[in-house]
Design a protein around this ligand. Sequence first.
Ligand SMILES: NCc1[nH]cc(CCC(=O)O)c1CC(=O)O
Length: 313
Amino acid sequence: MTAYPLFTAQKPLRIGTRRSPLAMAQAQMAASALRSRHALAEAAVILVPILASGDKIQDRPLAQLGGKALWTKELERALSGGDIDVAVHSMKDVETVRPADYRIGAMLPRADVRDRMVGAPSIAALPMGAHVGTSSPRRAAQLLAQRRDLKISSIRGNVATRLSKVESGEFDATLLAAAGLDRLSRPDTGHAIEVDQMLPAASQGAVGIEALAARQDLQTMLSAVNHAPTFACVMAERAFLEALGGNCHSPVAALAVQQGAEIWLRGEILSDDGNEKYAGDIRFVQGDVGGPHKLAEQLLRAASDRVKALFGA
Ligand SMILES: NCc1[nH]cc(CCC(=O)O)c1CC(=O)O
């Protein structure tokens, strides 16, 4: 058996996390999982909050700021520098193509994958011409595909800030991930939209724990808390995204679920204005990366040049 280091109050396992309340809540979940699985004392696992560059820039839409590395870069620098042992991420914020030095060694059991509408009970219930705040090209395109009359503008800030902007009337409504609201102890905020109506972002609802790939001891420790079905489904969604050449500018959605030995993957790509939408699904045996690639090819083949141009593939 590979031994992993014994962490103690004097030499604790240091978990790096972003400072937002959501990131801190997710890091607490990772800490609890590691403590209980490895019989570690409370003080033997500590959180190390780190300021991510994405958190310093609150006034521009994320899509203009150069991608998801914004959220992961500082934490990975801290891993390399030996300032932390592991890092916790929302898998949704982790870029698909990553430096080989780092490895997501574990994912926690996936939470509710749906989006929630805050400010109205459903998409259909939004008043004519309602002003919806979202900075997600996916959510914007999916809303416009169903309701061309909506006015959509960018909204930034953490979950609490966004909720306050609906409360104050700056926006009529916004969409947030159910998982984030639940983790912030707001299970009653908003109204869930079923995935048939709004397919979530790839990796939505999944939390990953990362360590240096070279740290076999830490990787072993992480694999003991990994939730294998979540890992398999999220990896399938990410393989689809990667095959599309999508990034955070691209309106793309994906959701995989495990059904016995098979993975059922649904995906869709849209034009920014929601006027075009190409959706499909595929079933494949777990671990077959050919499945996600096939679905991506199928959708790109059907797509107009305008939509293809939104993807790098
Ligand atoms: N990009 C922000 C982000 N990254 C992960 C979550 C929610 C938690 C999750 O999906 O696991 C959110 C907020 C949101 O989309 O409402």
